[in-house]
Ligand binder design. Structure first.
Ligand SMILES: N[C@@H](CCC(=O)N[C@@H](CS)C(=O)NCC(=O)O)C(=O)O
Length: 236
């Protein structure tokens, strides 16, 4: 049917949206991206988003429209309906990958606490908490052969950590917080993800500037450091 299409309801900075965009790109699935202002949510969005959050995947097929919310569910839906699987076939491996996707969401929450911390003490505590989470990841990667989380094949866990590491790129421009110190496997994985076309393409060229403004506006401990950081160049 001519009207069949996928619409990803998005926000410029949202890391959960990026997961879905990366998966769609890896699967070579065309989609339309609609960015909304989360500070001023449109009525049509409020009407179809039960939690008021992006991403939403609007699926128009065979004259019907379905709205899917929650990024992990969107990823699973794409696995079930599109080719080029990003989940392993083995059930144990799939369970492990799903668990680390959840860990990726917990890491995003920790990143939010890190950039929102209002005092130096809270900031240092959040920095340590983040570092400990990446220690766990370093241990998890120890038995892994290959550049991706699952080994030789790019997988859904990779779609989750590309956006996680993108935050670290911004933090690195502000200062050295030592979050990945002593974690060579995580660092190598981060580098591989930063070079992957699907990961790079999941945000617009002005993403660094937008994130910069977002972090500045937080008025947090990190915002003060950011105010004196070097100016940003547009990404390719
Ligand atoms: N658990 C959700 C989290 C999504 C989420 O937190 N989205 C944020 C933007 S990154 C949002 O829409 N926030 C708007 C709000 O909470 O009002 C998912 O995985 O999709």
């Amino acid at each position: 049917m001519r009207d069949d299409k996928l619409i990803l309801v998005s926000h410029h900075l949202c890391p959960y949206v990026q997961r879905a965009a990366i998966s769609l790109a890896e699967k070579h699935v065309p989609f339309e991206r609609v960015d909304i202002d989360l500070a001023n949510k449109p009525d049509w969005f409020k009407a179809i988003s039960p939690l008021g959050k992006v991403p939403l995947l609007i699926v128009r097929a065979n004259g019907a429209e379905t709205v899917i919310f929650e990024s992990a569910v969107i990823l699973e839906f794409l696995e079930e309906t599109q080719s080029n699987p990003l989940h392993p076939t083995d059930a144990y491996a799939r369970a492990r990958h799903r668990a680390w996707i959840e860990f990726g969401s917990a890491t995003l929450n920790a990143i939010g606490r890190f950039y929102s911390a209002s005092s130096k003490a809270a900031f240092l505590a959040e920095s340590t908490a983040l570092s400990v989470m990446f220690d766990r990841l370093e241990d998890e990667l120890a038995d892994q052969a290959g550049q991706w989380f699952g080994g030789e094949h790019f997988c859904l866990v990779d779609t989750v950590y590309g956006p996680v590491f993108r935050y670290l790129d911004a933090f690195d421009r502000i200062g050295n917080f030592g979050i990945l110190d002593g974690k060579p496997l995580v660092r190598a994985w981060r580098k591989a993800l930063s070079e992957r076309a699907s990961v790079r393409g999941a945000v617009a060229p002005d993403y660094p500037q937008r994130l910069h403004q977002f972090l500045l506006a937080k008025g947090s401990f990190l915002s003060d450091d950011l105010a004196s950081a070097p100016p940003l160049a547009r990404s390719a």
